[in-house]
Unconditional design. Structure first.
Length: 249
């Protein structure tokens, strides 16, 4: 396989951006794509630095794309940068133009992430359900866009989300709006994670709405040892949603 560090000009941000891309060397393209989002204090390089994601996808006919989301919550900020458009327009557009990626709506894309990226994966997947064939989230901060955060983040959150709740950025509201369209969904959280209640609240709401999903809790905190395990499980789930299997050889 190949690991590429891609720099490109983002029309949505009006500045240079970057992403890591893993290209498979098994199977015949075009390949489905896994868009894998990072957390608040990290960058696009972190999944390759802190997990064995390359090794986990070595036999899968799958492209993995890890874009840089800054501290933007994968949201078009009320005041600031358009990080939703970065992913949905620039990154997907670039990948489908320059790499052997599947296009259209038939098992072409899945999305996942952790913490801020878990929120981003579910928010984008719920908001654009016809664009994705599966969604996975780990330790997601799902109450952002839905209710007020702690005072240490209030100014930053107001700049990005505006008034709360914001139905266009609220995972709970988007789940209700598009409940019949949400693709296969799996999310998890560690039992020692400070964001556990975010996850339990979303799980309960999805149950009320009748949205089919998998929800799991495992021992662990908000740390990379936990996520390195969970991304392996997410790959199995998302590969099934895409209809792909590991290729021996």
């Amino acid at each position: 396989m190949s690991l590429l560090n891609v720099s490109f000009f983002s029309q949505s941000l009006q500045m240079q951006s970057a992403m890591n891309v893993i290209l498979p060397d098994v199977g015949d393209g075009p390949f489905p794509v896994y868009y894998l989002l990072h957390g608040l204090s990290d960058s696009y390089s972190i999944w390759c630095r802190r997990t064995s994601i390359e090794r986990y996808v070595a036999r899968l006919p799958l492209i993995v794309v890890m874009p840089d989301g800054g501290r933007g919550w994968y949201t078009n900020a009320e005041q600031g940068f358009a990080y939703e458009d970065l992913v949905m327009k620039d990154v997907i557009g670039y990948v489908e133009k320059f790499f052997p990626a599947r296009t259209g709506s038939d098992r072409a894309r899945v999305i996942g992430g952790l913490s801020m990226g878990g929120y981003g994966a579910l928010k984008l997947g719920f908001k654009h359900p016809r664009r994705f064939s599966g969604i996975a989230g780990h330790s997601g901060a799902y109450s952002y866009g839905h209710s007020a955060p702690g005072p240490e983040r209030s100014k930053e959150t107001a700049r990005i989300f505006g008034a709360l709740p914001n139905p266009d950025e609220d995972v709970f509201a988007l789940a209700e709006k598009n409940r019949a369209l949400i693709p296969p969904l799996r999310f998890d959280c560690g039992t020692e994670d400070a964001l556990l209640q975010h996850n339990r609240s979303l799980h309960a709401r999805l149950q009320q709405l009748g949205v089919s999903h998998e929800y799991h809790e495992f021992p662990g905190a908000h740390e990379w040892g936990y996520w390195d395990c969970r991304v392996q499980e997410a790959l199995v789930f998302l590969a099934a949603a895409l209809g792909i299997e590991p290729i021996s050889g």
